[in-house]
Design a protein around this ligand. Sequence first.
Ligand code: BDP
Length: 698
Amino acid sequence: MKRIAFILAIFITGFCKAETGYELWLRYQPIANAQYVNACKQLIRSLEIKGTSPTLRAARSELERGLNGMLRINLPLSHSGSILLGKPENIPAITPAIKEQLSKAGTEGFLIKTITIGGKNRILIAGNTDQALLYGVFHFLRLIQTEQPVRQLDILSVPRSPLRLLNHWDNPDRTIERGYAGFSLWQWNNLPAYIDQRVIDYARANASIGINGTVLTNVNANALILTPEFLQKVKALADVFRVYGIKTFLTARFSAPIEIGGLKTADPLDPAVREWWKKKADSIYQLIPDFGGFLVKANSEGQPGPQDYERTHADGANMLAEALAPHKGIVMWRAFVYSHTSDDRFKQAYEEFKPLDGKFSSNVLVQVKNGPIDFQPREPFSPLFGAMPATPLMMEFQLTQEYLGQSTHLVYQATLYKETLDADTYTNGKGSPVSSTLSGFAGVANIGNDLNWCGHPFAQSNWYALGRLSWDYTLSSETIATEWIKQTFTPQPAFVQPVLKMMMRSRELLVNYMTPLGLTHMMYNDHHYGPMPWGNTLNRPDWNPVYYHKADKAGIGFNRTGSGSNALRQYAAPVQQQFENIDNCPDDYLLWFHHASWDHKMQSGRTLWDELCYRYHTATDSVRAMQQQWKSLQRFVDAERFSHVQQMLAIQASEAAWWRDACLLYFQTFSGKPFPAGYEQPKHDLEYYKDLRIHLTY
Ligand code: BDP
């Protein structure tokens, strides 16, 4: 019996052909469910396509590739194809009701609808632009790859946000700041003459999830990108991206007029500087007529900016906005600033930007990180959301897991994104979630030239989630994860269900084995990998972990109430009320806002010290359980990806224990309390963990 089971297992895994992960969620593998395939085959036999633009050619080739892969259908062109792809003006048979539906689709929304023409059922994929049609095709393929019924379709899907961008922190030498998945996709040396297939596949993947813009370069910007030589290379990439509905953006180094323009100043009010930027913008638009605009990090972490000339962020942004405006370009000006003079880094962005509300030109957006500090495993939402009603704001999430285990730990971040998007700002009364305050989304990309793009096989899900959520932030994390699992691995429920559970819990586990209960920024200096709660050697206090947790004999946590830094005051009153009383502040945020005593009674009934021990231990145990869970799913996954995830989970499990032991031993030096009975003992003493030196190279 055992022998048969063994042979069967080999037989089944034999079907899972080795995969590198390169295909992402666009694998289009043959669908095993014969009934489903037959049902599709009755409905899908040929294609009528209205138009011949490069975008429509891409849509057609994607349809052919997808249907051929999944259903083994060769899709001939026909004058009355069972799939009809086109814009309303090209479809004579279109009814007023459909026209009415499409009038709500804007320039990017699409309609997928079963219609009857001449007594024949057809699947109409329609939209008002070619880009919308491409989105419709990708959605249709998603329906099939996730084995959704396609018999009676009536789907109108319109993006909720007009700007859905990736931000690459890629340098001209192809290193990637905070990149954990290889080197940059942009092969500057071979551009513009050579276009790597990867660039095309990158564009396909983005279009499939609705991403419509990409910033190619690091926010810690290099003016080189704005030189004529590099702009030719950028143009070559932009020409590819345009086909897939993706606009190209660049980061603008504020001091570029000095560095590559030969000027003596970059003062935004200096006429020569303004003229330089106008000419620069004109020259870019000559090459790239649909260039998106600039993303700028200014006067932050050593970057130049308008404050170098005693001008404001608004002065700087508006100067660039003026240069871009004639071409309909935009400026995304980052609000990631913090100065060494502030008593609480939490407050800095709000203090600098809130007074500038209403002072920015109409083509400037202020781009705000999700939380007030810096992409930590859990942060409350940034108080700027909802606080600048006269300024369009963009959300910046970090897909690349700088502070979340980089490309080693399995963390599905959609739950983090949703937690922020759904948080109520109360700025227009109850029911004003962060999502309602946004005009756009940006995700700091986790993409490099690793075989599987993102390093960890599950990191792809964060790229996927960013696209899907910026298209529709009302989608749930579960829905997005389910789609992703089905397409990336298999739609078999016996696989989807447990993996969904793993993904949904993964971020919470990470919070609990790294920085539970509202602890924050306790990672190693510089590379931010591994625990260093004792860190206090960097010359700016707000770069040191001890600044954030403030552990002492009395307790732990950062008092941001009225008796402390009073950062809480930056939120609307009902949000303040959620957090300001130590006795009912939610456990997950307690140490963000309070310096609580070690004996503080938590909502669980445990003392703070016991709760800390409980969280660190249970999270570590849960990572081990996740390892076992994955092991039990081997038969569903090809050997390569199975083993990749398995090896990563083993590292994650041992590193969770490292975090647990290093942090608890260190905090014990303040609490003076024993570890509660029944817990695994630390493997080493505190000095051992303090002496560990972690050198990372990627
Ligand atoms: C920090 C990163 C740093 C980035 C900075 C930013 O450590 O590499 O340059 O964010 O967002 O988290 O500008």
